[in-house]
Design a protein around this ligand. Structure first.
Ligand SMILES: Nc1nc2c(ncn2[C@@H]2O[C@H](COP(=O)(O)OP(=O)(O)OP(=O)(O)O)[C@@H](O)[C@H]2O)c(=O)[nH]1
Ligand SMILES: [Mg+2]
Length: 306
């Protein structure tokens, strides 16, 4: 006998809309800011400098209708070709293989040659939503319509949604558009789950973000952070971390005169960690040189880049 049993029917009507999306785009497009704004919490680090995100980062969005896995990804670019850059690009392409909806983020007014490469990589039969980011930066709203026309000529996007993460514009529309492409099922995560990464991952990311904010242009690209120890005792997190640089000269620049720069980095990172973990943090930082690690595939793997 064919047909749907009562329990199947119940499952279909009672479940939430479930699915995964990958947020992709060129460096600096506003992907991590979008993820943070959608989740209402700062999960993924953000900076003015390109190539801030280096890992695929899962953020779980839950509301009364849906549970959506958002994968923030590193900025896709083909200009710089270190082993680290290749690993970052691989994590973009691998994320495309595991999602129900793709979100391409284009900064308002800007279409770059690597965006066209990304469009070539879109999986078949998966809807792609184009998010136009940072519309608060447009000098006039009249600039938006001609830009949308240019975007339409690039690809048959299932939706084109102008947004601003900073001013919280278009985010509900985006959630609605994603939900319209998902089917009902049983949630994978508890309602209060935000991510699958451990606390020590975010501790390292917060330190790396402060390096992006406080150091000049060149240094952050050759920096990674290793958490040597992460202990929790009665709500106090004791964290020992090593900042690893790729060049001898960078070590002294990060430490600064009488250790002043390192102290500022440590203080800013600790304050943010205390907010993120909602508890006291004791943070000790060291700096070490691992020459040329960004071009050494074993080191890139060792430091946790896929
Ligand atoms: N004015 C404005 N700036 C934004 C908005 N969203 C992001 N930005 C800024 O754009 C810059 C890059 O933002 P990110 O979210 O780090 O961009 P990303 O695409 O994740 O960058 P990578 O991780 O380097 O690929 C930061 O300086 C953000 O503050 C927005 O809605 N409005
Ligand atoms: Mg990012």
């Amino acid at each position: 006998m064919s047909g749907i049993s009562v329990s199947d029917q119940e499952q279909q009507t009672s479940g939430l809309l479930i699915g995964s999306t990958a947020v992709i785009g060129v460096p600096n497009a506003g992907k991590s800011s979008l993820l943070n704004a959608l989740l209402g919490t700062k999960l993924s680090i953000v900076s003015r400098k390109a190539q801030t995100t280096r890992h695929k980062i899962l953020g779980v969005y839950s509301d009364e209708k849906s549970q959506i896995r958002f994968l923030d990804t590193p900025g896709f670019q083909l200009t710089y070709k270190s082993m680290l850059n290749s690993a970052m690009n691989r994590s973009v392409s691998s994320s495309l293989a595991e999602v129900d909806v793709v979100i391409l983020v284009l900064e308002a007014g800007l279409i770059q040659k690597d965006d066209l490469k990304l469009i070539e990589m879109f999986p078949e039969n998966v809807p792609v939503i184009c998010v136009i980011s940072k519309i608060d930066q447009l000098t006039s709203p009249n600039e938006l319509l001609p830009f949308i026309d240019r975007v339409k000529s690039l690809y048959e996007f299932s939706e084109i949604i102008p947004t601003s993460s900073r001013r919280v514009i278009g985010l509900d529309v985006l959630i609605g558009a994603i939900q319209s492409k998902l089917s009902k099922g049983q949630p994978i995560y508890e309602e209060d789950t935000l991510t699958d990464r451990p606390e020590r991952f975010f501790a390292a990311e917060i330190i790396r973000e402060k390096l992006f904010h406080l150091m000049g242009d060149e240094i952050p690209y050759g920096v990674t952070v290793e958490i040597e120890e992460f202990k929790i005792n009665k709500g106090l997190r004791s964290i020992n971390a090593t900042i690893v640089v790729a060049k001898d000269a960078h070590k002294g620049m990060i430490i600064g005169a009488q250790g002043s720069k390192l102290k500022t980095i440590g203080t800013k990172a600790r304050i943010e960690m205390e907010q993120f973990f909602d508890g006291k943090v004791f943070l000790k930082l060291w700096v070490k040189v691992k020459k040329g690690w960004v071009d050494d595939s074993q080191s890139v793997k060792y430091f946790g880049y896929e």
